[in-house]
Design a protein around this ligand. Structure first.
Ligand code: FAD
Ligand code: UDP
Length: 381
């Protein structure tokens, strides 16, 4: 008989952990969720800037979008959503262009008035250098999608700042998620549903854990041996859902997997409107940051103090061991090492590895909700 008073222990109060935990409590299970941070919600957490009351997403802008009906219905149980539609602009050589690349970007860049078919024909011609080959890396994917001139203007240097990795070593999927459109539609996402939680992400996550069967313990590290429910004390005795980094779980036995981290430089500016849009990307190397976010634009329906706005500049760099891991680099070497970790994870007794850190994969929020819902369905106590 185990002396553990919970049916399930979840490491990480991010979207994967909260969703899995919420589902289990609906089945009457007693769940403990621990997180080493001082808040729930993982990277999707947001809080109000104290000086202005503007909601700032603490770990970078988080825009919710999905085409998955089940996920949309699920998240709407915990919050209603605004009708915010995300749009992004990018600055290149002192000029502002719409992103993702659409007919407006193409015509502005080439000082032209191409029709959709003419623009398609131009890009097809410019990507002929690949000779019809299926793109095997980000560089080839970029040229194949939009031709070399547009790739070099809008993708190459931005990607160099974001990844500091030879684009020939990066996975093509990184930019495949950016649409390319031969019309003037400049929505950033293609999804059926889009919006932001009306009362903020923190309120949505709080609603997910409003259940007497969930206990949340913050500022608690699973690897801290002084903790009652640390790894060595509970694995094998009670089911565990682990959403931290997979390499850390195995004490970096096969080396560290590559991650990018971000530094955020936040400031309050004494103007009503700093840049006229929530996200302005910087496509050139001249600015060391990749983008500037201005958070008040994400909630145009809210009333904010006049004369003040919050902006955040994002700087990307390689993550060291104690940095927050944000984006998996996933070079071929990383992919090989991940497979070794994955084999170990599959053999681990009654431990589910989930979320973006647990499976070393770039996921948007809706994909994490979906994967946690699926993982719970195929799990039995
Ligand atoms: P996380 O949110 O990382 O949660 C894991 C939790 O585990 C963390 O809270 C961590 O503290 C905890 N943990 C780790 N190790 C331990 C340990 N040893 N002990 C205790 N706790 C531990 N998605 C979108 O859909 N739209 C966007 O616009 C978007 N923008 C993004 C921008 C940035 C800069 C980043 C980094 C991500 C963005 N995402 C976006 C993705 C989104 O953040 C993720 O899909 C989602 O938050 C991942 O949830 P998760 O539960 O997998 O992981
Ligand atoms: N990207 C780019 N220029 C841009 C926007 C995106 O080159 O203006 C590339 C870049 O490699 C980035 C990827 O497309 O990592 C995906 O962009 P997205 O905005 O989806 O995600 P991010 O990684 O910036 O959060």
């Amino acid at each position: 008989m185990s002396d553990i008073e919970y049916d399930l222990v979840i490491v990480g109060a991010g979207i994967f952990g909260l969703t899995f935990g919420e589902r289990a409590t609906q089945d009457g299970k007693k769940v403990l969720i621990i997180d080493k941070r001082n808040h729930i919600g993982g990277n999707a957490y947001s809080e109000k800037n104290p000086e202005t009351g503007i909601e700032v997403h603490k770990y970078g802008a988080h825009l919710f979008h999905t085409s998955n009906d089940e996920v949309w219905e699920y998240v709407n149980r915990f919050s209603s959503f605004t009708n915010y539609i995300h749009r992004v602009y990018t600055t290149h050589k002192g000029e502002v262009f719409p992103m993702p690349i659409n007919l407006g970007t193409i015509n502005q860049f080439f000082h032209s008035n191409y029709s959709p078919d003419e623009a398609k024909a131009l890009v097809a011609k410019q990507s002929e250098e690949l000779g019809g080959k299926t793109p095997e890396n980000l560089d080839e994917q970029g040229v194949s999608l939009i031709g070399r001139p547009l790739y070099e203007a809008f993708i190459k240097n931005y990607t160099a700042k974001q990844w500091q990795t030879d684009p020939k070593l990066l996975d093509p999927s990184i930019i495949k998620r950016l649409p390319v459109r031969y019309n003037y539609d400049n929505r950033y996402f293609n999804d059926k549903y889009e919006g932001l939680p009306v009362n903020g992400y923190a309120a949505l996550f709080e609603n997910m854990i409003k259940n007497e069967n969930i206990t949340v313990k913050l500022e608690t590290d699973f690897f801290d041996e002084s903790y009652k429910f640390s790894k060595s004390k509970i694995v094998g005795k009670v089911p565990v859902v682990y959403t931290g980094p997979i390499d850390k779980y195995f004490d970096y036995e096969y080396g560290q997997l590559g991650w990018r981290t971000l530094d955020f430089e936040e400031s309050v500016e004494n103007v009503d409107d700093y840049q006229g849009i929530g996200a302005m990307n910087y496509a050139d190397l001249e600015q060391p940051y990749t983008r500037i976010l201005e958070f008040k634009h994400f909630h145009p329906e809210r009333e904010y103090k006049a004369g003040k706005t919050v902006i955040v500049k994002e700087f990307s760099r390689f993550a060291e061991k104690n940095d927050e891991p944000y984006y998996p680099v996933n070079t071929p070497e990383d992919a090989k090492n991940f497979e070794l970790y994955k084999k170990r994870a599959d053999a681990e007794n009654n431990v589910i590895f989930g979320g973006r850190l647990g499976v070393y994969k770039y996921f948007d929020m809706h994909q994490v909700f979906a994967s946690a819902l699926e993982a719970y369905k195929s799990f039995s106590f």
